[in-house]
Design a binder for this molecule. Structure first.
Ligand code: TRP
Length: 342
Protein backbone atom coordinates (compact mmCIF):
# COMPACT_ATOMS: atom_id res chain seq x y z
CA UNK A 1 0.00 0.00 0.00
CA UNK A 2 1.28 3.47 -0.85
CA UNK A 3 1.45 5.67 2.21
CA UNK A 4 0.18 9.24 1.88
CA UNK A 5 2.97 11.80 1.69
CA UNK A 6 3.72 14.24 4.46
CA UNK A 7 5.94 17.28 4.05
CA UNK A 8 7.15 19.70 6.65
CA UNK A 9 9.87 22.29 6.95
CA UNK A 10 11.82 23.88 9.75
CA UNK A 11 14.12 26.87 9.68
CA UNK A 12 17.73 26.33 10.75
CA UNK A 13 17.35 28.59 13.76
CA UNK A 14 19.95 26.97 16.03
CA UNK A 15 19.46 24.51 18.82
CA UNK A 16 15.99 22.95 19.27
CA UNK A 17 14.18 23.54 22.56
CA UNK A 18 11.49 21.72 24.55
CA UNK A 19 8.75 23.77 22.90
CA UNK A 20 9.88 22.62 19.42
CA UNK A 21 10.26 19.07 20.65
CA UNK A 22 6.84 18.62 22.22
CA UNK A 23 5.11 21.10 19.90
CA UNK A 24 6.33 19.68 16.58
CA UNK A 25 9.25 17.30 16.36
CA UNK A 26 7.68 14.50 18.37
CA UNK A 27 4.81 14.53 15.88
CA UNK A 28 7.23 14.43 12.98
CA UNK A 29 8.86 11.40 14.54
CA UNK A 30 5.65 9.49 15.13
CA UNK A 31 4.26 10.26 11.66
CA UNK A 32 7.11 8.26 10.16
CA UNK A 33 5.25 5.03 10.94
CA UNK A 34 2.12 5.95 9.02
CA UNK A 35 3.30 8.23 6.24
CA UNK A 36 5.89 8.71 3.56
CA UNK A 37 7.62 11.66 5.21
CA UNK A 38 9.72 14.37 3.62
CA UNK A 39 11.37 16.74 6.11
CA UNK A 40 13.17 19.79 4.90
CA UNK A 41 15.51 22.28 6.53
CA UNK A 42 14.33 25.45 4.87
CA UNK A 43 17.53 27.45 4.71
CA UNK A 44 16.36 29.80 1.97
CA UNK A 45 13.45 30.83 4.19
CA UNK A 46 16.01 31.67 6.86
CA UNK A 47 17.60 34.23 4.53
CA UNK A 48 14.57 36.48 5.08
CA UNK A 49 15.53 36.93 8.71
CA UNK A 50 18.99 38.20 7.73
CA UNK A 51 17.78 41.11 5.66
CA UNK A 52 15.22 42.72 7.93
CA UNK A 53 17.43 45.60 9.10
CA UNK A 54 19.30 48.25 7.20
CA UNK A 55 22.39 47.28 9.20
CA UNK A 56 22.17 43.52 8.47
CA UNK A 57 24.90 41.49 6.78
CA UNK A 58 24.29 38.04 5.30
CA UNK A 59 27.27 36.86 7.26
CA UNK A 60 28.65 38.42 10.39
CA UNK A 61 30.75 37.17 13.27
CA UNK A 62 27.76 37.19 15.63
CA UNK A 63 25.93 34.54 13.60
CA UNK A 64 26.87 31.12 12.40
CA UNK A 65 26.46 30.67 8.66
CA UNK A 66 23.11 29.40 7.46
CA UNK A 67 24.82 26.21 6.26
CA UNK A 68 26.42 25.52 9.63
CA UNK A 69 23.07 26.05 11.34
CA UNK A 70 21.39 23.71 8.85
CA UNK A 71 23.82 20.91 9.64
CA UNK A 72 23.26 21.51 13.34
CA UNK A 73 19.49 21.36 12.87
CA UNK A 74 19.73 18.15 10.86
CA UNK A 75 21.86 16.56 13.59
CA UNK A 76 19.35 17.58 16.27
CA UNK A 77 16.43 16.20 14.24
CA UNK A 78 18.15 12.85 13.72
CA UNK A 79 19.02 12.68 17.42
CA UNK A 80 15.33 13.29 18.20
CA UNK A 81 14.32 10.30 16.10
CA UNK A 82 13.92 11.49 12.52
CA UNK A 83 15.13 8.39 10.71
CA UNK A 84 16.88 9.19 7.42
CA UNK A 85 16.40 5.60 6.30
CA UNK A 86 12.62 5.79 6.44
CA UNK A 87 12.12 9.49 5.79
CA UNK A 88 13.73 11.94 3.43
CA UNK A 89 15.68 14.54 5.39
CA UNK A 90 17.31 17.23 3.30
CA UNK A 91 18.25 20.84 2.95
CA UNK A 92 16.11 23.12 0.74
CA UNK A 93 19.02 24.84 -1.03
CA UNK A 94 20.35 21.44 -2.18
CA UNK A 95 17.29 21.07 -4.42
CA UNK A 96 17.07 24.13 -6.71
CA UNK A 97 13.59 23.17 -7.93
CA UNK A 98 12.19 24.79 -4.76
CA UNK A 99 13.12 28.28 -5.91
CA UNK A 100 12.25 27.46 -9.50
CA UNK A 101 8.71 26.40 -8.62
CA UNK A 102 8.45 29.37 -6.28
CA UNK A 103 8.91 31.66 -9.29
CA UNK A 104 6.12 29.96 -11.22
CA UNK A 105 3.94 30.15 -8.12
CA UNK A 106 4.71 33.83 -7.70
CA UNK A 107 3.04 34.21 -11.09
CA UNK A 108 0.07 32.18 -9.83
CA UNK A 109 -0.49 33.64 -6.37
CA UNK A 110 -2.37 36.88 -6.10
CA UNK A 111 -0.74 39.96 -4.64
CA UNK A 112 -3.87 40.60 -2.61
CA UNK A 113 -3.68 37.20 -0.95
CA UNK A 114 -0.06 37.73 0.03
CA UNK A 115 -0.80 41.19 1.37
CA UNK A 116 -3.29 39.64 3.78
CA UNK A 117 -0.77 37.30 5.42
CA UNK A 118 -0.71 38.20 9.10
CA UNK A 119 2.80 36.88 9.64
CA UNK A 120 4.08 39.16 6.89
CA UNK A 121 2.23 42.16 8.30
CA UNK A 122 3.54 41.46 11.76
CA UNK A 123 7.16 40.93 10.68
CA UNK A 124 7.03 43.88 8.30
CA UNK A 125 5.92 46.12 11.13
CA UNK A 126 8.89 45.02 13.25
CA UNK A 127 11.55 45.17 10.52
CA UNK A 128 13.12 48.43 9.48
CA UNK A 129 13.73 46.98 6.00
CA UNK A 130 11.03 44.93 4.29
CA UNK A 131 12.36 42.73 1.50
CA UNK A 132 10.29 41.25 -1.32
CA UNK A 133 11.52 37.86 -0.05
CA UNK A 134 9.71 38.41 3.23
CA UNK A 135 6.57 39.17 1.23
CA UNK A 136 6.85 36.08 -0.99
CA UNK A 137 8.00 33.79 1.84
CA UNK A 138 4.66 31.90 1.76
CA UNK A 139 5.02 31.36 -2.00
CA UNK A 140 8.31 29.53 -1.43
CA UNK A 141 6.58 27.58 1.32
CA UNK A 142 3.82 26.54 -1.10
CA UNK A 143 6.49 25.42 -3.56
CA UNK A 144 8.19 23.35 -0.84
CA UNK A 145 5.01 21.44 -0.19
CA UNK A 146 3.62 21.06 -3.69
CA UNK A 147 6.95 20.07 -5.23
CA UNK A 148 6.43 16.77 -3.41
CA UNK A 149 2.68 16.76 -4.07
CA UNK A 150 2.26 16.33 -0.33
CA UNK A 151 -1.25 16.18 1.03
CA UNK A 152 -0.53 16.54 4.72
CA UNK A 153 1.60 19.13 6.42
CA UNK A 154 2.27 18.99 10.16
CA UNK A 155 2.64 22.59 11.39
CA UNK A 156 1.85 24.88 14.27
CA UNK A 157 -1.34 26.93 14.32
CA UNK A 158 0.58 30.04 13.22
CA UNK A 159 1.11 28.40 9.81
CA UNK A 160 -2.53 27.70 8.95
CA UNK A 161 -2.89 30.83 6.87
CA UNK A 162 0.22 29.90 4.87
CA UNK A 163 -1.21 26.45 4.20
CA UNK A 164 -4.50 27.90 3.04
CA UNK A 165 -2.52 30.00 0.63
CA UNK A 166 -0.64 26.90 -0.59
CA UNK A 167 -3.97 25.22 -1.21
CA UNK A 168 -5.23 28.24 -3.15
CA UNK A 169 -2.07 28.35 -5.24
CA UNK A 170 -2.33 24.62 -6.01
CA UNK A 171 -5.97 24.98 -7.03
CA UNK A 172 -5.31 28.06 -9.11
CA UNK A 173 -2.49 26.27 -10.89
CA UNK A 174 -4.81 23.33 -11.57
CA UNK A 175 -7.38 25.70 -13.04
CA UNK A 176 -4.77 27.42 -15.20
CA UNK A 177 -3.64 24.12 -16.70
CA UNK A 178 -7.03 22.41 -16.74
CA UNK A 179 -5.88 19.38 -14.78
CA UNK A 180 -6.05 18.31 -11.15
CA UNK A 181 -2.32 17.98 -10.81
CA UNK A 182 -1.62 19.27 -7.31
CA UNK A 183 -3.51 17.68 -4.43
CA UNK A 184 -5.28 19.79 -1.81
CA UNK A 185 -2.94 20.72 0.99
CA UNK A 186 -4.14 19.90 4.47
CA UNK A 187 -2.65 21.12 7.75
CA UNK A 188 -2.14 18.69 10.59
CA UNK A 189 -1.86 20.71 13.77
CA UNK A 190 1.12 19.67 15.85
CA UNK A 191 1.10 22.18 18.64
CA UNK A 192 -1.68 20.82 20.77
CA UNK A 193 0.98 20.71 23.45
CA UNK A 194 1.93 24.29 23.99
CA UNK A 195 4.97 24.61 26.18
CA UNK A 196 5.21 28.02 27.78
CA UNK A 197 8.27 30.08 28.64
CA UNK A 198 9.69 29.23 32.07
CA UNK A 199 10.39 32.86 32.91
CA UNK A 200 7.13 34.25 31.52
CA UNK A 201 4.50 31.50 31.34
CA UNK A 202 2.04 33.80 29.59
CA UNK A 203 4.13 33.44 26.43
CA UNK A 204 4.98 30.45 24.26
CA UNK A 205 8.47 29.03 24.83
CA UNK A 206 10.70 30.64 22.24
CA UNK A 207 14.37 31.40 21.81
CA UNK A 208 13.75 34.97 20.79
CA UNK A 209 12.48 35.77 24.29
CA UNK A 210 15.95 35.15 25.73
CA UNK A 211 18.05 32.46 27.38
CA UNK A 212 16.10 32.00 30.60
CA UNK A 213 12.82 31.45 28.75
CA UNK A 214 13.63 28.17 27.02
CA UNK A 215 15.32 24.84 27.63
CA UNK A 216 17.60 23.71 24.80
CA UNK A 217 17.50 19.97 24.12
CA UNK A 218 21.28 19.65 24.23
CA UNK A 219 21.88 21.77 27.31
CA UNK A 220 23.79 20.34 30.27
CA UNK A 221 21.54 18.88 33.00
CA UNK A 222 22.88 21.42 35.53
CA UNK A 223 22.07 24.32 33.24
CA UNK A 224 18.58 22.92 32.74
CA UNK A 225 18.13 22.63 36.48
CA UNK A 226 19.13 26.27 36.88
CA UNK A 227 16.32 27.25 34.52
CA UNK A 228 13.71 25.09 36.21
CA UNK A 229 14.75 26.27 39.65
CA UNK A 230 14.14 29.83 38.53
CA UNK A 231 10.89 29.00 36.70
CA UNK A 232 7.99 31.27 37.59
CA UNK A 233 5.23 29.55 39.61
CA UNK A 234 3.06 31.48 42.03
CA UNK A 235 3.19 32.48 45.64
CA UNK A 236 0.89 29.75 46.88
CA UNK A 237 -2.76 29.53 45.95
CA UNK A 238 -5.99 29.59 47.78
CA UNK A 239 -7.57 26.14 47.86
CA UNK A 240 -9.85 25.73 44.84
CA UNK A 241 -8.34 28.59 42.89
CA UNK A 242 -7.39 27.98 39.25
CA UNK A 243 -3.86 26.75 38.66
CA UNK A 244 -1.43 29.47 37.57
CA UNK A 245 0.05 29.28 34.06
CA UNK A 246 3.57 28.54 35.35
CA UNK A 247 2.44 25.63 37.52
CA UNK A 248 0.19 24.27 34.77
CA UNK A 249 3.20 24.34 32.45
CA UNK A 250 5.21 22.23 34.91
CA UNK A 251 2.37 19.71 35.19
CA UNK A 252 2.10 19.63 31.39
CA UNK A 253 5.80 18.76 31.18
CA UNK A 254 5.36 15.99 33.75
CA UNK A 255 2.62 14.48 31.60
CA UNK A 256 4.50 14.86 28.32
CA UNK A 257 7.64 13.23 29.68
CA UNK A 258 5.62 10.15 30.56
CA UNK A 259 5.93 10.54 34.33
CA UNK A 260 3.89 7.78 36.05
CA UNK A 261 0.32 8.94 36.69
CA UNK A 262 0.64 8.01 40.35
CA UNK A 263 3.45 10.50 40.90
CA UNK A 264 1.53 13.20 39.08
CA UNK A 265 -1.57 12.52 41.18
CA UNK A 266 0.40 12.98 44.38
CA UNK A 267 1.48 16.47 43.28
CA UNK A 268 -2.03 17.23 42.05
CA UNK A 269 -3.53 16.29 45.40
CA UNK A 270 -0.96 18.41 47.22
CA UNK A 271 -1.72 21.33 44.93
CA UNK A 272 -5.44 20.99 45.57
CA UNK A 273 -4.82 20.86 49.30
CA UNK A 274 -2.60 23.94 49.12
CA UNK A 275 0.51 22.28 50.54
CA UNK A 276 2.54 21.52 47.43
CA UNK A 277 6.24 22.40 47.51
CA UNK A 278 7.10 23.82 44.13
CA UNK A 279 10.78 22.95 44.67
CA UNK A 280 9.84 19.26 44.75
CA UNK A 281 7.60 19.58 41.71
CA UNK A 282 10.44 21.27 39.79
CA UNK A 283 12.89 18.56 40.82
CA UNK A 284 10.57 15.92 39.51
CA UNK A 285 10.03 17.77 36.22
CA UNK A 286 13.79 18.17 35.87
CA UNK A 287 14.48 14.48 36.53
CA UNK A 288 11.92 13.37 34.01
CA UNK A 289 13.09 15.83 31.36
CA UNK A 290 16.66 14.61 31.78
CA UNK A 291 15.47 11.01 31.43
CA UNK A 292 13.93 11.93 28.06
CA UNK A 293 16.81 14.12 26.90
CA UNK A 294 19.81 11.93 27.86
CA UNK A 295 19.49 9.43 25.02
CA UNK A 296 18.93 12.32 22.58
CA UNK A 297 22.08 14.07 23.81
CA UNK A 298 24.01 10.81 23.55
CA UNK A 299 22.94 10.20 19.98
CA UNK A 300 23.72 13.79 19.07
CA UNK A 301 27.21 13.71 20.55
CA UNK A 302 28.13 10.71 18.42
CA UNK A 303 27.37 12.47 15.12
CA UNK A 304 30.06 14.47 13.33
CA UNK A 305 29.24 17.28 10.93
CA UNK A 306 30.62 15.14 8.10
CA UNK A 307 28.27 12.27 8.90
CA UNK A 308 25.33 14.66 9.00
CA UNK A 309 26.36 16.26 5.71
CA UNK A 310 26.51 12.84 4.06
CA UNK A 311 23.01 12.07 5.29
CA UNK A 312 21.75 15.40 3.93
CA UNK A 313 23.38 14.67 0.57
CA UNK A 314 21.61 11.33 0.37
CA UNK A 315 18.33 13.00 1.32
CA UNK A 316 18.85 15.58 -1.41
CA UNK A 317 19.33 12.85 -4.02
CA UNK A 318 16.03 11.26 -3.04
CA UNK A 319 14.20 14.59 -2.82
CA UNK A 320 15.60 15.66 -6.21
CA UNK A 321 14.10 12.68 -7.92
CA UNK A 322 10.58 13.72 -6.91
CA UNK A 323 11.26 17.43 -7.38
CA UNK A 324 12.57 17.00 -10.93
CA UNK A 325 9.57 14.93 -11.88
CA UNK A 326 7.19 17.63 -10.65
CA UNK A 327 9.16 20.44 -12.24
CA UNK A 328 9.17 18.66 -15.62
CA UNK A 329 5.37 18.44 -15.52
CA UNK A 330 5.05 22.06 -14.38
CA UNK A 331 7.35 23.41 -17.11
CA UNK A 332 5.43 21.41 -19.68
CA UNK A 333 2.10 22.79 -18.44
CA UNK A 334 3.43 26.33 -18.42
CA UNK A 335 4.88 25.94 -21.91
CA UNK A 336 8.54 26.25 -21.01
CA UNK A 337 10.81 23.59 -22.47
CA UNK A 338 13.22 21.56 -20.31
CA UNK A 339 16.65 23.17 -19.76
CA UNK A 340 18.86 23.10 -22.86
CA UNK A 341 21.80 22.23 -20.72
CA UNK A 342 21.85 19.94 -17.71
N1 TRP B 1 7.12 28.71 7.64
C1 TRP B 1 7.38 27.52 8.40
C2 TRP B 1 7.63 27.90 9.86
O1 TRP B 1 8.07 28.99 10.12
C3 TRP B 1 8.57 26.75 7.87
C4 TRP B 1 8.29 26.15 6.53
C5 TRP B 1 8.84 26.49 5.34
C6 TRP B 1 7.37 25.09 6.29
N2 TRP B 1 8.37 25.70 4.36
C7 TRP B 1 7.47 24.83 4.89
C8 TRP B 1 6.51 24.34 7.09
C9 TRP B 1 6.69 23.85 4.29
C10 TRP B 1 5.72 23.37 6.49
C11 TRP B 1 5.81 23.12 5.10
O2 TRP B 1 7.42 27.09 10.73
Amino acid sequence: MVKPRVFSGIQPSGELHLGNFYGAIQNWVSMQDRFDCVYCIVDYHAVTSRTGRESDKFQDPAHESISAMSVQMAGDLIACGIDPQRSILFCQSDVPEHTELAWIFSCVASHGDLARMTQFKEKASRNDYVSVGLFTYPVLQAADILLYRAAKVPVGADQIQHLELARRIGRRFNTLVGEDYFPDVEAELTDGNRIMSLADPSQKMSKSLGDKHYVGLMEEPEAIWGKFRAAVTDSGQEVGEQMSAGVANLFELLTLTGTPQKAIHVFMAQHAAGNIRYGDLKKSVHENIIRVLSPIRDRRSKMSDDTISDILAEGAVRASEIAQETMAVVRDHVGVRPPRIS
